[in-house]
Design a protein around this ligand. Structure first.
Ligand code: NAD
Ligand code: ZN
Ligand code: ZN
Length: 362
């Protein structure tokens, strides 16, 4: 058993509490990882607000990390102690019908199908003050050590800087892949991205890499525009500056609407606005933002009748175990620069300050 620090979320709406926890050794088919760095994704914030489905408290959140394998349980062959790894918030079991389908990336062991509050044998490896603490998406990266199933970890190039490539564990891969894999953005096309957080800015990078000629970035926080331009946005708009609804503004700007629109916020209104912003016939809207659990969207079916496509995207369409090592290699070959997404680097004890910065749009 390892004693180390972890940020425990004891209850909805409470700040995280950095505590000493015990992390049990990995059982058969499991891997214990020393987490070196982790990002904060808005999905962690959804959980803290009580808006993410099927999460049980107390829980150790965090799902955008990178680390080094400390030990492995019986039967583990994919990784060994000392390997650099990224824990996978969307696993790839390799056996379910989606894992066997080359077109699919949603493994049926995903939290949304089978809750990941406990490891697959229905027990936890975390305890704190004598209480059992739940896992989150099987990765729980807000801990100095975590235990994950072998099929929820990807071995990466030993040259990778863990404090940078941790972003590939969620935000970067999600946004970049939404453009490249889910929308399959074509060269010369027009794109609109709603929301310029870590995910939306990564969509901008994906659209740029795919050769889009016009990339319109939309956010109510204008402080995000400089970074969006640096990453490839050609136009930046705040809906607050517009006299008309943003979908009308985008349609006028582009003639008939954009070829591809993306929602990376997680609000019903912006999902409908993004859908209405792509052209009525061949336009495609990709939903990346996570709506509060239990919420619903009502829409005018005419929006789809004329031909629009409305798609969701989870983890950017990547098959996680196969693709993350390749994305890390592309990072090392400087095919994209996800370092530009990093705004602040804090010591672990200041994790709550990190959430404050996220909430403040910094
Ligand atoms: P973030 O908080 O860093 O960024 C959200 C951005 O949206 C902010 O810049 C904010 O100013 C902007 N925004 C808020 N309201 C707006 C409005 N009405 N109009 C325009 N802009 C608005 O969040 P993030 O970490 O980038 O995550 C974005 C979303 O993606 C979240 O809902 C998160 O849960 C989701 N997500 C989904 C997946 C997936 O696999 N589908 C993976 C990761 C994150
Ligand atoms: Zn995330
Ligand atoms: Zn699977």
């Amino acid at each position: 058993v390892i004693r180390c620090r972890a940020a425990v979320a004891w209850a909805v709406g409470k700040p995280l509490s950095v505590e000493e926890v015990e992390v049990a050794p990995p059982k058969t088919g499991e891997v214990r990882i020393k987490i070196v760095a982790t990002g904060i994704c808005h999905t962690d914030e959804h959980v803290l607000k009580g808006f993410f489905p099927n999460v049980e408290f107390p829980v150790i959140l965090g799902h955008e990390g990178a680390g080094i394998v400390e030990s492995v349980g019986e039967g583990v062959t994919a990784v060994k102690p000392g390997d650099k790894v990224i824990p996978l918030c969307l696993p790839q079991c390799g056996e379910c019908s989606f894992c066997l389908n080359p077109e699919a990336n949603y493994c049926l062991k995903c939290h949304l199908s089978e809750s990941q509050n406990l490891l697959p044998d229905k027990t936890t490896r975390f305890t704190c003050k004598g209480k059992q603490i739940h896992h989150f998406l099987w990765v729980s990266t807000f801990a100095e050590y975590t235990v994950v199933p072998e099929y929820a970890v990807a071995k990466i190039d030993p040259a990778a800087p863990l404090d940078k490539v941790c972003l590939l564990g969620c935000g970067f891969s999600t946004g970049y892949g939404a453009a490249i894999n889910t929308a399959k953005v074509k060269p010369g096309s027009t794109c609109a991205i709603f929301g310029l957080g870590g995910v939306g800015l990564s969509v901008v990078m994906g659209c740029k890499a795919a050769g889009a000629s016009r990339i319109i970035a939309v956010d109510i926080n204008k402080d995000k525009f400089a970074k969006a331009k640096e990453l490839g946005a050609t136009d930046c708009i705040s809906p607050h500056d517009c006299k008309k609804p943003i979908q009308e503004v985008l349609t006028e700007m582009t003639g008939q609407g954009v070829d591809y629109s993306f929602e990376a916020i997680g609000h019903a209104e912006t999902m409908i606005a993004a859908l209405a912003s792509c052209n009525m016939n061949t336009g495609m809207c990709v939903m990346v933002g996570v709506l509060d659990s239990g919420s619903e969207i009502s829409l005018d079916p005419m929006l789809l009748l004329t031909g629009r496509t409305w798609k969701g995207s989870v983890f950017g369409g990547w098959k996680s175990r196969d693709c993350i090592p390749k994305l890390v290699s592309s990072y090392l070959e400087k095919k994209f620069n996800s370092d530009l997404l990093i705004t602040h680097t804090l010591p672990f004890a200041k994790v709550n300050e990190g959430f404050e910065l996220l909430r403040a749009g910094k």
